[in-house]
Design a protein around this ligand. Structure first.
Ligand code: SF4
Length: 402
């Protein structure tokens, strides 16, 4: 029998500190699916499949076979500037740049930690929007965490990106450019330890990936397809995260790509999850876990349940037990739980759980037969939570303008 603590009222962000989208005493957060900025980035080779690339070239009066050549430069050599392609006639460089390879992202800021084994990049897009990606080297893999949207409309009150609101969806090519730049950084030895190969991708940066569904699916194709059509990464090394867009989880499962689904659950009960993850007002915990289970059945891929441990908020042993019960009643071995100590956003009332609470939470899950791994907090000392680098750089720029 587990004692539930008596609740002492909603734990919300103080109204005077709450930016747009945050949970306040007086207002529910507003979910946003419609982007504020509607301008579209220029079309790019990485937006297109191989036949479409050939068609664009032919329409521009260029030979079709150049599609193969340009794709090899892009996906195998990670070169995106036509001027740097020695086998492309000089007379074609401008035309290729305009029709297929316009510059899409520009590096604004880089932070380095873990003795150079983690690099966090802030990128500026064609319309001034900014997104982040984090490249992390481990002994047996190198993982890139990428953004799928500029800002995010899901309004999770503990998250820096959620407090920005949604600016716009990224295009396929803007997502893929983050991957290409990371692959290049790996080859060039930008990470400590010398040159390496990019092996893993996680969609856990800014944005809710499944709210930008079409671009995510196209990006997965570019990542998985063999060169020269794509990067040739293993689908098994790609993770798509979601806060719980149930219909999109089912659509993704129907595609049958063996990518890992990560569900950002953060609470096993609707009462708390309604507060922590506003999309829970549309799809409840039970519906979300049912969809996650269906994903496992269709793809054979074990689902990751992400759980940010927030002090005195969601870290009670009874919640660990409830989570275990909810998972076990849908079957065994289909999901594993990754608790991660919260990386608090500046000025927020939310803080990470104590290590005692964390250990008790993990033990409760393990005793109930749930495979549980504390997730690595790489990058947390460099504004590692999504949206924190963009926010802190914007503040620095603001103060230097004054
Ligand atoms: S936690 Fe994820 S889904 Fe929620 S606001 Fe932040 S980026 Fe969006």
């Amino acid at each position: 029998m587990v004692n539930r603590p008596r609740r002492t009222g909603r734990q919300v962000m103080p109204t005077d500190q709450a930016p747009e989208g945050a949970l306040t005493k007086d207002a529910k957060p507003i979910l946003s699916f419609a982007p504020r900025r509607r301008g579209k980035p220029p079309a790019h080779l990485a937006d297109l499949d191989f036949e479409q690339r050939q068609k664009v070239l032919v329409d521009a009066g260029l030979p079709k076979f150049r599609a193969d050549q340009l794709s090899r430069h892009y996906f195998q050599r990670h070169i995106a500037d036509p001027a740097q392609m020695p086998d492309l006639p000089k007379s074609m460089v401008d035309q290729v740049e305009q029709s297929l390879m316009p510059p899409l992202i520009k590096k604004v800021h880089t932070l380095e930690t873990d003795d150079g084994k983690t690099l966090k990049h802030l990128w500026e897009l064609f319309d001034g929007s900014r997104v982040e990606s984090v490249l992390m080297r481990y002994p047996s893999r190198t993982t890139l965490c990428i953004s799928s949207q500029a800002g995010c409309g899901m309004a999770c009150p503990f998250c820096a990106t959620g407090q920005m609101g949604l600016t716009r969806n990224l295009s396929t090519a803007e997502i893929i450019e983050q991957v290409r730049m990371a692959a290049l950084a790996c080859e060039n030895g930008d990470l400590a330890g010398g040159p390496t190969r990019l092996s893993n991708i996680v969609f856990m940066g800014m944005g809710e990936p499944l709210a930008n569904y079409r671009a995510i699916i196209n990006s997965l194709q570019r990542m998985i397809e063999e060169p020269p059509h794509g990067f040739g990464l293993s689908a098994r090394n790609i993770t798509v995260s979601t806060v719980g867009l149930v219909p999109a989880i089912d659509k993704l499962a129907d595609l049958g790509y063996p990518v890992t689904l990560a569900v950002s659950l953060h609470a096993p009960d609707d009462e708390l999850r309604d507060e922590l993850i506003p999309i829970n007002s549309r799809w409840k915990v039970g519906e979300l876990l049912d969809a996650a289970r269906r994903y496992f059945v269709k793809t054979g891929r074990r689902v990751s349940i992400e759980y940010a441990l927030i002090k005195d908020m969601n870290d009670h042993p009874w919640r660990a037990q409830l989570l275990a019960d909810e998972l076990n009643k849908r079957g065994h071995g289909w999901a594993h739980v990754n608790p991660i100590p919260l990386n608090p956003t500046p000025g927020s009332i939310w803080t990470a759980s104590t290590s005692r609470a964390q250990n008790e939470f993990v033990e409760t899950l393990r005793n109930a037969g749930i495979v549980t791994t504390i997730r690595d907090t790489r990058g947390s000392d460099i504004d590692g939570a999504c949206g924190q680098l963009a926010t802190s750089v914007a503040k620095e720029e603001e103060s230097s303008d004054e």
